[in-house]
Design a protein around this ligand. Structure first.
Ligand SMILES: NC(=O)c1ccc[n+]([C@@H]2O[C@H](COP(=O)([O-])OP(=O)(O)OC[C@H]3O[C@@H](n4cnc5c(N)ncnc54)[C@H](OP(=O)(O)O)[C@@H]3O)[C@@H](O)[C@H]2O)c1
Length: 243
């Protein structure tokens, strides 16, 4: 009998969970446990790490998982590597539900950097008002450039922050072009720092940056393991039916 495990935490994973529940396909949704109140799902949910690739392989065996869909964020590279290794080890079929990377359009002023460390290095220089849209996990890295004034947008109210000058907006998204343009105007933003997440939910800040002529430091995606890549829920259902 089919039992699918969704590695989630993304809009795509949520859409897949809805479709599987509607079709009555047995599945479990896995959250890392990074946010205080994760969105409820119409499927059984588990929360927290598995304990590396070995732990995930054990989980797959213990719970008779037949298929894994890695629908994590494109920057959740460790989880994706673990998923590939664990599925190989446990003999479980794996596919990834992915979204295309964003590409620059006419009028965009993007500087590409390969990773977070390079983004931090690229920000040495005079103080600027920076919209740092990289999530909570990497704020420590930017403490190496304390001269800037940072605007942070976070899912949960943060505790102590490693950045001396910052404003925090607590919001979960998705975000609109109008709101992001107003936010960036209000804070006098001179630079946006963004991961190349792809998708629609976080795209608005890039459209707002283009409209305002604000440059973007774009952090390119990490390398991910080779796996079957699917780009929408219909493809996942088709893959499930035929694998
Ligand atoms: N990175 C981002 O920018 C970003 C943005 C939006 C949402 N997210 C979501 O946030 C979660 C964590 O992302 P990350 O970048 O911190 O991951 P990561 O660095 O690749 O993963 C680190 C560890 O967190 C645990 N983990 C990650 N995703 C998990 C999941 N869905 N279920 C159970 N355990 C998980 C695993 O722990 P063990 O080794 O103990 O199994 C993994 O080794 C993911 O669900 C991702 O989709 C990430």
């Amino acid at each position: 009998m089919t039992h699918l495990l969704i590695l989630g935490g993304t809009t795509e994973a949520n859409a897949l969970a809805k479709a599987l529940a509607e079709q009555g396909i047995p599945a479990t949704y896995s959250y890392a446990g990074r946010v205080e109140n994760p969105r409820p799902q119409p499927l059984p949910v588990r929360v927290g790490g598995f304990g590396g690739a070995e732990g995930l392989a054990n989980y797959l065996r213990d719970h008779a998982v037949t298929h894994v869909v890695d629908a994590t964020h494109p920057f959740a590279a460790q989880m994706s590597r673990n998923a590939a290794a664990a599925c190989r080890k446990a003999g479980v079929t794996l596919a990834a539900l992915t979204r295309p990377a964003w590409t620059a359009q006419e009028g965009d002023r993007w500087q590409h950097v390969p990773d977070i460390d390079s983004a931090v290095t690229a920000m040495s220089g005079a103080p600027q008002r920076v919209f740092l849209a990289v999530g909570r996990m990497h704020l420590e890295d930017f403490a190496a450039q304390p001269q800037h004034h940072y605007l942070l947008r976070l899912v949960d109210e943060p505790g102590a922050l490693p950045l001396p000058n910052c404003d925090v907006v607590v919001s979960r998204g998705p975000f609109t072009f109008e709101d992001d343009q107003a936010l960036m105007r209000q804070h006098g933003i001179e630079l946006v720092v963004s991961k190349n997440a792809g998708g629609t939910g976080a795209r608005a800040k890039l459209d707002a940056a283009r409209a305002l002529g604000v440059p973007v430091l774009m952090i390119d995606r990490p390398a991910l393991p080779q796996r079957t890549e699917l780009s929408n829920v219909a493809q996942v259902l088709d893959w499930l039916a035929h694998s």
